[in-house]
Write a protein that binds this ligand. Sequence first.
Ligand code: HAH
Length: 371
Amino acid sequence: MLYQKLKTNTISSSRTISIYLFFILLGMQSLRAQDETKGLKDYYKNFFPIGVAVNGHSLAGKEAHLLQKEFNSVTLENAMKMEVIHPQEHVYNWALADSIVAFAQKNRLRVRGHTLLWHEQVPDWFFLDDQGALVSKDTLLKRLKDHITTVVGRYKGKVYAWDVLNEAIDDNPKQFLRQSKWLEIAGEEILAKAFEYAHEVDPNALLFYNDYNSERPEKRERIYRLVKKLVDDGVPIHGIGLQGHWSIFEPSTSDLEQAIERYASLGLQLHFTELDVSVYPWEKERRRKRPGEIDALTPALEEKQIAQYEMIFSVFRKYKSHITSVTFWNLSDRYSWLDHYPVQGRKNYPLLFDRNLERKKAYYKVVDFKN
Ligand code: HAH
């Protein structure tokens, strides 16, 4: 009797276990199925578009496939910078930018334009006359206006947001504005002019001020001061771009949250425009790779990167009412600008996809949340 009962119990409990197992496996199966159909853009569809910076080589093959699957926004990494698109007076190179914008349209990706006024990747001809002397303020303003009118005009209705002004704050905390050829010749007012020129051509485009280290408290306050002045002066500016060139060492949760709150208090929208998480500490100056300098992604570094990505995206989700776009600066660890900067030839691993374009562990943390 007892034996019989025991036996029945065992049978029924092993049946229960099998049933549980069946459902667990079914659940895992459907999770995996979900993995395969969903990309970052789908996980974040109730939060913000997810973008990526691209060059021409991402428009075909496996990279294009990854781009289409995971992202719904693109920024042109280099194709719209002055040195590429406008290398000489009256000479525009449209081919690369046009091809990326056409790809985006075909695949229904939003396009962020980058960038209209910047101290880097700008050809000298803007500042010089035929004799090689510096041009007058009027000439420089006219050249900038022609440039912005032509470029923004060409992509009107296709580029929905522009990084109008890039990195105008000095690296030295004791200085305010960065000294550049633009300011040397035309003075501070050229900064506002860039927004006005862009707005005049495309009044529907969203116009951004974009900068790095924008969550470091001292720089945050200088960016705030510049943008507040633009807003107070009635300049058409709609948002702040926080580049997000971060690392496993920064920013802290509180610096990131305070920056978001401070900028949002201006009533502007926030885009995280150039996100990556370096596995090395921030360095500004370019230098050579040191003999014996190791550039492998160790498990310890990867653990730190996973935790950093998890923190960053949980803060992004928390502030979704202010954040209207998040863009990664490059697609995968196969290629990142950080492989060459600040140390030429030191491999970095700052993104969510590895060199084989596979999802890294950090990817799964980023998409692991309840809506
Ligand atoms: C960004 N600057 C630029 O906005 C982007 O256009 C470029 O492709 C990469 C990074 C960040 C930066 C830099 O270029 C040089 C020194 C510090 C920071």
